[in-house]
Design a protein. Structure first.
Length: 176
C-alpha cells in the first residue's frame, strides 16, 4: 500500500524527469536554430569543429556564402567555442576575404579578447564550454554579388592551439 507522502515523492520524480527532457529538447531546438544558415532571417552562421579540441595552424577553415544584396549593411563576427581550460585571454586570428571574381583577397589580423582579468570569460557559458561572437567588421557593404570566401587561421604561438572546439563566421544583416 502506497501512502500519500510516498505517492507525492513519486510524482515529483516524474515531474523533474519531464522537466529535464523538456530542457534537453529546448536546448536541441535552440542549437538547431542557431546553427542554421538562413538568409531569409538575415543571418548566416557556419562553424567548423576541430578534432581533439585542438586548432592546428595548418587547419584553415574556409567558409563561403552567397551575397545577392549589395545595398544592405552587414555585421561580420568571428565565432569561437572553447573550454575554460583554454590557456590564454585572447586569440590572434587572421581572416582572408576573397570576393567573387579574380583576385587574391584582403587579409586582416585580429586580436580577439576572450576574457578579462576582472570578469573572466566573456562568452556565453554552458558548463565549461564558452561561445563567443566577436564583431570584426561592423556595417560592412559587400560590393559584388556572388560567392564570398572567408578563410580563418589561428596565429598563436601554441600549435596546435589546445581547448578550442570550433571556429566560424556569423554574418548578420544590419537592422535599420
Amino acid at each position: 500500500m502506497i501512502h500519500a507522502q510516498e505517492l507525492h515523492s513519486v510524482h515529483l520524480i516524474n515531474f523533474t524527469k519531464k522537466q529535464e527532457v523538456k530542457r534537453h529538447l529546448l536546448f536541441l531546438a535552440g542549437f538547431i536554430f542557431v546553427s542554421a544558415c538562413n538568409w531569409t532571417t538575415g543571418v548566416f552562421e557556419k562553424n567548423m569543429d576541430f578534432n581533439d579540441h585542438e586548432w592546428s595552424a595548418s587547419v584553415k577553415p574556409d567558409i563561403s556564402f552567397e551575397i545577392n544584396d549589395t545595398v544592405s549593411l552587414y555585421n561580420i563576427y568571428i565565432v569561437l567555442r572553447h573550454t575554460d581550460a583554454y590557456h590564454f585571454n585572447n586569440m590572434y586570428v587572421r581572416v582572408t576575404v576573397k570576393e567573387p571574381g579574380p583576385g587574391q583577397g584582403k587579409t586582416g589580423d585580429y586580436d580577439l579578447q576572450l576574457a578579462t582579468n576582472g570578469k573572466g570569460w566573456i562568452g556565453t557559458a554552458m558548463d565549461d564550454i564558452y561561445d563567443t561572437r566577436l564583431l570584426i567588421q561592423p556595417k560592412t557593404r559587400f560590393r559584388k554579388t556572388g560567392t564570398y570566401h572567408f578563410t580563418l587561421e589561428q596565429l598563436m604561438r601554441e600549435d596546435p592551439l589546445k581547448n578550442v572546439l570550433s571556429a566560424g563566421l556569423r554574418v548578420e544583416r544590419e537592422q535599420e
